[in-house]
Write a protein that binds this ligand. Structure first.
Ligand SMILES: Nc1ncnc2c1ncn2[C@@H]1O[C@H](COP(=O)(O)OP(=O)(O)O)[C@@H](O)[C@H]1O
Ligand SMILES: [Mg+2]
Length: 375
């Protein structure tokens, strides 16, 4: 797949979208840990534009933190290179890279006040006291920390501590922000609130940022572009909408979107795809192999009346009313189908229903291990 979904970057002179310069470039980065089984990174090539917020998302252990740590200089690549602002980072120490990293564990100094914590990186860099105070005040204003400046970390909530950690990163005015799951220690409500704040902040500051998370909602809502990793490799880099509407692989298709996209085994013959109890019209003008994987998003699975077009009988295995919508798991023989209906749907477990896939957007994937999108 060399469509919009393919990762870009790598060529030092290659411009970003609309000709914007690339601020961070990873070029074929590989990494294998001595203790690890297999390669942690299997050739990561990614270009992040100046002022862009790229969210790197993927399951636990896929190599997100390792990628970020290599950009920060905390870990060394086995092969491949990293450039920041067009300069090779080979042999450049972490403190000389002009990046600031915000981690999951915020690690504030417990005996220092909020102000002292925020000013600390400037003190280390021997910035004069007046300038330190000025920058700390600016950060405090941006992060609404003003009234907390004289408190100790132990006197703060988790969300406030994470804001202080961000303040400490901001005062350095780094070229690049690196976030590694900064919100995963927080409860759901706070996570949502801070997620919005981080998005606003990064855009207000106009800095370049790489934000790592395993949370697809953070990825969809924060990113200019999402980079989806799986088993040490990038599967797709694209804006959130493209990722959702045109997933490059079956892995991407099921990783983003909740409930997950349905993947059904299909057999192609005479312009039709036989797929469990469904007989679907194959998209015209596409040369398809005999066997395909058919992806259908739950919102495209329509519950219909028995006499409607394409009505196929199934049984409700699970019904989950969430308020705004009801999620179903439906069953016909050994085929399972996730469906999503608006509002409180009256159907219960065990009910007989009819489903139509007529008019549904079909995503077709190669049944081979790559799961590449077909056409
Ligand atoms: N210091 C290390 N020593 C050995 N293996 C490691 C080390 N750090 C990471 N790994 C392994 O490398 C892979 C990627 O890890 P990581 O980048 O932390 O994943 P993620 O952040 O996506 O959860 C995992 O299999 C992990 O076990
Ligand atoms: Mg990690």
């Amino acid at each position: 797949m060399t469509t919009a979904g393919a990762p870009r970057g790598g060529d030092p002179a290659s411009p970003g979208r609309e000709g914007r310069a690339l601020e961070v470039e990873l070029d074929g980065v590989t990494k294998r840990f001595e203790q690890g089984e297999g390669a942690a990174l299997r050739g990561i090539t990614l270009g992040v534009e100046k002022g862009e917020l790229v969210v790197v998302v993927g399951p636990s252990g896929c190599g997100k933190s390792t990628t970020l740590r290599i950009v920060a200089g905390l870990e060394e690549a086995d092969s491949g290179g990293v450039r920041i602002g067009g300069k090779s980072m080979a042999g450049v120490a972490p403190q000389d890279r002009d990046v600031a990293m915000v981690f999951q564990g915020y690690a504030l100094y417990p005996t220092m006040t909020v102000r002292e914590n925020i000013e600390f990186p400037l003190r280390m860099r021997k910035v004069d006291p007046a300038e330190r105070t000025k920058r700390a005040n600016e950060a405090a204003e941006l992060l609404a920390l003003g009234r907390l400046m004289d408190r100790l970390p132990s006197e703060l909530s988790g969300g406030e501590r994470q804001r202080v950690a961000m303040g400490r990163a901001i005062v350095r005015r780094p070229r690049v922000f690196l976030f590694d799951e900064p919100l995963s220690n927080l409860d759901a409500a706070l996570r949502q609130e801070l997620r919005v704040e981080i998005g606003v902040l990064v855009r207000e500051l106009g800095v370049t940022a790489i934000y790592v998370t395993h949370d697809q909602v953070e990825a969809m809502t924060l990113a200019d572009r999402i980079c989806i990793m799986n088993k040490g490799a990038i599967e797709q880099v694209a804006p959130p909408r493209t990722i959702y509407e045109t997933p490059a692989t079956s892995f991407v298709a099921t990783f983003i979107g909740a409930p997950k996209m349905n993947l059904l085994e299909g057999t192609v013959a005479d312009g039709a795809i036989a797929c469990g109890p469904f007989k679907l019209v194959a998209p015209p003008g596409k040369a398809l192999p005999d066997r395909v994987v058919v992806g259908v998003r739950p919102e495209d699975v329509r519950l219909v009346g028995a006499s409607d077009e394409g009505a196929t009988p199934l049984e409700v295995a699970v019904a989950e009313p969430l308020g705004a919508e009801t999620n179903f798991v439906l069953r016909a023989g050994d085929v399972e189908l996730r469906a999503r209906a608006p509002g409180f749907d009256p159907r219960d477990k065990g009910a007989a229903v009819h489903v139509s896939l007529a008019g549904a957007t079909l995503h077709l994937f190669d049944p081979a291990a790559s799961g590449a999108r077909l056409g």
